[in-house]
Design a protein around this ligand. Sequence first.
Ligand SMILES: N[C@@H](CCC(=O)N[C@@H](CS)C(=O)NCC(=O)O)C(=O)O
Length: 122
Amino acid sequence: MLKLIRLILGSLIAFFNWLTRGRKLSRSAEQQALVEQALKSYALYQFTLCPFCIKVRRTLHQLNLPMELRDAKNNQQFRQELKEQGGKIKVPCLRIDHGDKVEWMYESDDINHFLKEKFSKG
Ligand SMILES: N[C@@H](CCC(=O)N[C@@H](CS)C(=O)NCC(=O)O)C(=O)O
């Protein structure tokens, strides 16, 4: 029963988000290519219908950030990585590969703040 309520609520939130998320940020082709190159160091661990994940995916859409999304509900490899390397199964979680170390950022507000600071300028 709880699963069904979550499914209905999650689907409604996803639908209203889709209706209201607005337009993507526009960049020059060169700038967009640079952003997409930088995004290779990032991945978002998430569930499709989690409201906090929808909130972060809305920001990804608005900032025009085609980041890799990793389904930590259905993909056992991603779920295991999140648990063992991130420390817990909680989504959304942004994985940032800094080269010499990997950072696991939890909390949708922190992730959105980070993405806006880093990518909102042209
Ligand atoms: N305060 C957190 C809440 C995140 C949260 O509660 N996520 C839920 C899914 S909606 C979760 O990961 N639950 C663990 C699980 O379902 O195993 C945020 O804003 O990111």
